[in-house]
Ligand binder design. Structure first.
Ligand code: SF4
Ligand code: SF4
Length: 426
């Protein structure tokens, strides 16, 4: 048997920074699932180190399994006393694996189709319209439960364009709402709610320019070139504009805040500095002072990319908790991933399902009647467990802008993701 060659693709300083202390193990959802070192951050870093030293090959099936089962939640980064940047290590590893062993079979085809589709806005939108029809006629029930989107799409939402909400007091200037791919095709009501909230606090929301996709799914899947190209086209689209770029999908926001790191240019760093989550533009004080009552008791789900990459979980929670009349409950495993991870729940279903089961149990222990989440993937994953999930922008718009109809029935129309009870059996 030939000895693998030393393979120096990793940042040697980052590999050396890991002192193998194991503080990260309990924060890792895949380690929690199997309790095996190879499914935890310490084991994964050790595997990378052995690849780097030529002791193991990156093609070794056990190395591939160890690295491919990481959901890239980056919870390990938050607790690491040596500040190991695990996210960049795992992205390097995944890019190399994707190049040497492109995913095959159903998983490979699913990934290829999704990555092809996300750059074609008109097709994503047409897909949204088809889905709305299929759901209205209950034809979506022929799909296996795992691939049936837990997003109930209203035809009117997908067909209507964007209209600027009536101006509040535009004293803060323009705010550019990043529409993205999936969010623009399936979650237009969330974009409208976000624009309403921005207008209510004095921004002039802009729906253009509208680059097709941030590239987060490509980066997650190890498609480095694709991720670079999408980052560059997103930055180019906003050339000549000024003001915050508002992102209401936690995963997209995290990816766009890391363009500076990804591309390593001053232009990319300047772009990343403009990217904002809603919780960075609206204050809890404004909401508490001006909001109307929203009488709901919800469990707070902190999307990993909001919590561990953008480090804005506290801000996001405080903003929703400030809505008058709303009771926000914290699950006891707040730091644990729900198992969505882009396409992860499809590509690694046993891990994804185990994480969802734990998240569902912790949310149920709170006694909440629904969930609030700021990420579409998390919302659809959690809805699969039977929850009605709301986006913070929907709740804030309801409170700050209001509606004729109040109470739970009005809120049922403002749902980020939900699933019909009879779908759960499918
Ligand atoms: S990644 Fe950090 S927390 Fe985990 S074992 Fe290494 S040094 Fe310790
Ligand atoms: S990124 Fe998440 S799943 Fe991957 S090793 Fe770190 S904690 Fe575990």
């Amino acid at each position: 048997m030939t000895q693998p060659e030393p393979f120096s693709m990793f940042d040697a300083d980052q590999l050396a920074a890991c002192v193998q202390c194991g503080f990260c193990l309990s924060s890792c959802p895949t380690y929690e699932t199997t309790k095996l070192e190879e499914h935890g951050p310490r084991g994964r870093i050790l595997a990378m180190r052995l690849v780097d030293e030529g002791e193991l090959s990156i093609d070794d099936p056990e190395v591939v399994d160890s690295l491919e089962t990481c959901v890239q939640c980056r919870a390990c980064e938050v607790v690491c006393p040596s500040l190991v940047q695990f996210g960049s290590l795992i992205e390097t590893a995944r890019a190399e694996i994707a190049e040497r062993q492109p995913p095959r079979g159903l998983a490979g085809r699913l990934q290829a189709v999704v990555l092809w589709l996300v750059t074609r806005r008109s097709l994503v939108r047409a897909g949204g319209v088809l889905l709305a029809f299929a759901q209205a006629l209950r034809l979506d029930r022929v799909l296996p439960a795992r691939v049936r989107p837990a997003r109930r799409v209203r035809l009117g939402d997908t067909l209507r364009g964007y209209r600027l909400p009536p101006p509040g007091a535009p004293v803060r200037g323009d705010a550019y709402l990043f529409r993205g791919c999936v969010m623009d095709g399936l979650f237009r009501d969330v974009h409208r709610a976000t624009a309403q909230v921005l207008a209510a606090v004095g921004y002039r929301p802009r729906f253009e320019p509208a680059p097709p996709c941030c590239g987060a799914l490509s980066a997650h899947g190890g498609r480095e070139d694709h991720a670079h190209a999408l980052a560059e086209s997103t930055i180019a689209a906003y050339a000549g504009t000024e003001g915050p770029i508002v992102v209401n999908s936690a995963g997209c926001g995290a990816a766009m805040k890391e363009y500076g790191k990804l591309l390593g240019t001053d232009e990319a760093r300047a772009f990343s500095a403009r990217v904002r989550d809603l919780s960075e533009l609206v204050t809890p004080q404004e909401v508490a002072a001006r909001g109307r009552e929203v009488g709901l008791t919800l469990g707070y789900q902190a999307p990993c990319h909001l919590r561990n990459v953008q480090r804005l979980s506290d801000e996001g929670r405080a903003l929703v908790a400030a809505i008058p009349g709303l009771t926000l409950l914290e699950p006891d495993d707040e730091q644990q991933c729900c198992g969505s991870g882009g396409l992860y729940s499809y590509l690694q279903p046993s891990f994804g399902d185990a994480m969802l089961a734990r998240k569902d149990a912790s949310l149920r222990r709170t006694g909440a009647q629904g969930v609030v989440s700021a990420n579409p993937g998390c919302a659809m994953q959690i809805a699969r467990a039977g929850w009605e999930v709301h986006h913070p922008a929907q709740l804030l718009a309801r409170s700050l802008v209001g509606a004729q109809q109040q109470g739970p029935s009005a809120l049922a129309a403002d749902t980020f993701a939900t699933i019909q009870p009879d779908d759960l059996a499918g």
